[in-house]
Ligand binder design. Structure first.
Ligand SMILES: [Zn+2]
Length: 401
């Protein structure tokens, strides 16, 4: 029997899927809410005898391998290795595809870059200023370790020479990993040259849900020219980094979200770190105002309630509302922390760092989203006749005639 079949035979598909979706016995099958499309009544079936799953809502179906590939975004080889580990089978002769090998290389490149940046921040003289800056912003050493923060020194090829020189990576792979940029090739020799994408920046590793570093967000140092690249520089889309599928801190927050059955959604990296330090470990960063379908899927997998930290402007913001509505449609319970209540603080990160108890309390007192909409509309439009009309239009934009 070949190993692919052997491993599949040893895998308990019900147990595997139950790590993502709560299942209930229904005759010879198990039933649950489909993780691949939004639904409120279960049409997702798992059959333990045949070791298959099938959704009668969206048509998704297959075996343990295809389940892992679909839900974790794995290549076949990764799913195979994952299940082999799980059932304790040692793979003897699996040859990865080119695509899998490339992804592996890009993952290794990003992993080593993370190690390098972290080393510079925590141990090297070049990181002194950045260390001071983080300390001033109230970031603890513990948080620096947990979130593996780093520093990219000022210069054109610190990382490149480390990765291509010491570690033997090809420059074009470093570029494909999003860490270097191609410059004009030399007219005479036609030789391509590269330079570091991240320079003089505090580095936040961006991990996929499995905790592998797939990219970075680099924050400009105070006093540096923000116009040269902007306040934040992020990894562009690569074979392993897809912005729409990343929630900052998700891999670290996952078990806390499960324990509370609730996730707390903030915007940026500093918000997540501040919130984590304040004792709200189930916080994740959405990196913008609009939640994507993939992000909603990730949140739904680990908790039934999502608490969003929003300010009054965002309540009226169409993109934010779209995300909230999309989350609500999948059956997630959406609550809101009104960050106006933090008065003097401009974002959750500042609030959580300066007044950790206040932030924790505010999260505990989050209100259901429709109450929040109403409050915020009333505060913006007032309750006179014109105000009421505007509120009506905002909350019920498409009246049925
Ligand atoms: Zn489905």
């Amino acid at each position: 029997m070949d190993q692919v079949e052997e491993i599949k035979g040893k895998t308990d598909i019900v147990e595997l899927i139950q790590e993502y979706v709560p299942l209930k016995r229904a005759g010879r099958n198990y039933k649950g809410l489909c993780p691949f499309h939004g639904e409120k009544t279960p049409s997702f079936m798992v059959n333990p005898e045949l070791q298959i799953f099938k959704c009668f809502g969206c048509g998704e179906g297959g075996d343990a391998y295809s389940f892992l590939q679909r839900i974790e975004g794995m290549e076949f080889g990764e799913a195979l290795r994952n299940l082999a580990d799980r059932v304790g089978v040692k793979l003897v002769s699996y040859r990865p595809s080119q695509q899998e090998e490339l992804k592996d290389t890009l993952l290794q490149t990003n992993y080593l870059a993370g190690e390098y940046y972290h080393y510079v921040l925590t141990k090297h003289n070049l990181g002194i200023q950045a260390r001071e800056y983080l300390k001033d912003r109230g970031v603890t050493n513990e948080a620096i370790e947990i979130f593996k923060l780093g520093f990219a020194p000022e210069g054109w090829d610190f990382l490149l020479s480390y990765l291509s020189g010491k570690k033997g990576f090809k420059e074009e792979d470093i570029e494909r990993a999003g860490l270097a940029i191609k410059s004009q090739s030399d007219k005479e020799t036609k030789k391509q040259s590269y330079y570091d994408r991240f320079r003089n920046r505090i580095m936040f590793p961006l991990n996929n849900p499995r905790g592998q570093t797939v990219g970075f967000s680099g924050r400009v140092m105070p006093g540096a020219d923000e116009k040269a690249g902007g306040k934040y520089v992020n990894t562009p889309e690569t074979e392993i980094y897809h912005k729409s599928g990343i929630l900052y801190g998700y891999d670290l927050a996952r078990s806390a979200i499960k324990a509370e059955n609730t996730s707390v959604l903030v915007e940026g990296q500093m918000d997540v770190i501040g919130s984590w330090q304040a004792g709200v470990p189930n916080s994740v960063g959405v990196g913008g105002t609009a939640l994507t379908d993939r992000q909603i899927e990730l949140l739904k997998r680990v908790g039934e309630t999502v608490i969003m930290a929003l300010d009054a402007d965002q309540a009226g913001d169409a993109a934010a509302r779209k995300g909230i509505e999309a989350a609500g449609k999948t059956g997630l319970i959406v609550k809101v922390v009104d960050i106006r209540k933090g008065r003097k603080y401009k974002d959750p990160g500042e609030w959580a760092t300066d007044d950790p108890d206040g932030w924790k309390e505010a999260v505990k007192k989050a209100v259901v989203v429709y109450d929040f909409y109403l409050d915020s509309a009333v505060s913006r439009h007032g309750l006179d006749v014109v105000g009421k009309t505007r509120i009506g239009r905002e909350l019920f934009p498409n009246p049925k005639k």
